[in-house]
Design a protein around this ligand. Structure first.
Ligand code: GAR
Length: 218
């Protein structure tokens, strides 16, 4: 049974392309009264994504936009931002949204946007982050939450969480352990934004919050 959203709940839109476990983590934390947000819409470029299926099962408003129906990336992004704006979000969370958003799309966003990325940025923007960390012989790896700005995975880093790389890790094993820390990292970061402990306006301070073992932000 979900807790009703309080009138002060931060209105959050989620952009997601894949399984949707980060969406699920946010939604469950909110449902258990542990995160003062209301998910006002889920937006996906993949009709058959786990994210859309989860939104449907939980009666969360959801929208699928097919990139093939738009002539250009900018057209898709404009429609995406227009659809998101209609839900009046105060924060957009990209949680496994596997599309590059154009500069025009970023400018058209109705509110600040954050993204969770499976690496210790600035290391490994882009894809295949786990394999790249292993190939480089890194002893630690992790996840970052950053503001979405025009450089791919290059916006201001808000928070990070790390794990040790084990000697026999495969990319899949490493991905699984990173995903397990992504969920509490994203919840803690969104909570800090909702509480005003992390501010997103341009020129805000650049302190990175590390998730410590008690799952709080330093
Ligand atoms: C997560 O590992 C997230 O960090 C990654 O996609 C996965 C989505 O998982 N995002 C990116 O790689 C973005 N560059 P989920 O669908 O289970 O939340």
């Amino acid at each position: 049974m979900s807790a009703p959203a309080s009138p002060e709940a931060l209105r959050v839109a989620v952009f997601a392309s894949g399984r949707g476990t980060n969406l699920q983590a946010l939604h469950q934390a909110a449902s258990f009264g542990e995160l003062p947000i209301q998910i006002v819409g889920v937006f996906s470029d993949k009709a058959d994504s786990g994210a859309i299926a989860y939104a449907e099962s939980q009666h969360i408003a959801h929208t699928h936009l097919d990139p093939k129906s738009f002539a250009t990336r900018e057209d898709f992004d404009a429609a995406l931002m227009q659809a998101a704006a209609a839900a009046c979000p105060e924060l957009i969370v990209c949680a496994g949204f596997m599309r590059i958003i154009s500069e025009a799309g970023i400018r058209a966003a109705p509110c600040p946007m954050i993204n969770i990325h499976p690496s210790l940025l600035p290391k490994y923007p882009g894809l295949h982050t786990h394999a790249r960390a292993l190939a480089a012989g890194d002893v630690e790896h992790g996840a970052s939450v950053h503001r979405v700005e025009s450089v791919l995975d290059g916006g201001r880093i808000l928070s990070q969480a790390k794990i040790a790389v084990l000697p026999d890790d495969s990319p899949e094993q490493l991905a699984e352990r990173v995903l397990a820390i992504e969920h509490p990292l994203l919840i803690a970061t969104v909570r800090a934004i909702a509480d005003g402990r992390i501010t997103l306006h341009d020129g805000a301070d650049t302190r990175v919050s590390w998730l410590n073992h008690r799952l709080e932000l330093e």
